[in-house]
Design a protein around this ligand. Structure first.
Ligand code: AMP
Length: 191
């Protein structure tokens, strides 16, 4: 199973990614989490990425693509993976197509979480406080939303044209959103 979870920053992708990935027994791969881990460890990748992340801008495609290529080449991703936060640009879509095709597989589905913009900004501001992400100022949060709208939102159409997009209402209780995602992916509830 090869899946992409899309939606603006703060749509709850990380939370849902874990449930969905656990269900299918595949890793949830978050490029944002990998970048943050590298930033905390002070690796060369982290130092490079931080310059962009601090401004709410995207890390350059070459850096991001190589990182994803390495990650999905790891053994735990052999049965599949769920990508959270990647691809975010057309160049990344094309690169990912190549990676998946060269492994002889196909992309199964793209789940898009739809949320209310104001609610998202509120969620992110709260998360920044709870998780102590001091650099998540409201300006940076708004910049990230704008970058998503400009660069990433248009990619949904590319996948829509392939007939693999599932648009899900991302508002409300976490478990209700999970149920909607599973229903869209034809997952039969166990109980
Ligand atoms: P996220 O946690 O997914 O919102 O990612 C946090 C930050 O990491 C983003 O604002 C970007 O600076 C960077 N980042 C994460 N994923 C990507 C990507 N696919 N392409 C470029 N930059 C990314």
């Amino acid at each position: 199973m090869r899946l992409i979870l899309m939606g603006p920053p703060g749509a709850g992708k990380g939370t849902q990614a874990k449930f969905v990935a656990d269900h299918f027994g595949i890793p949830a791969i978050s490029t944002g989490d990998i970048f943050r881990a590298n930033v905390s460890e002070g690796t060369p990748l982290g130092i490079e990425a931080k310059r962009f992340m601090d401004k709410g801008e995207y890390v350059p495609d070459e850096v991001t693509n190589q990182m994803v290529r390495n990650r999905i080449g790891e053994p735990d991703a052999a049965p599949g993976f769920l990508l959270d936060g990647y691809p975010r640009t057309l160049a990344q879509v094309e690169e990912l197509d190549g990676m998946i095709a060269s492994s002889g597989h196909r992309l199964d589905a793209v789940v898009v979480l739809r949320v209310d913009q104001d609610e998202v900004v509120q969620r992110l501001t709260q998360r920044a406080q709870v998780e102590g992400r001091a650099d998540d100022t409201e300006d940076v949060i708004r910049r990230r939303q704008a970058v998503y709208a400009e660069e990433t939102e248009p990619l949904i159409q590319v996948y829509r044209d392939r007939g693999i997009v599932h648009e899900i209402d991302g508002m409300g209780e976490v478990e209700d959103v999970t149920k909607r995602i599973f229903a869209a992916l034809d997952v039969v509830p166990q109980s």
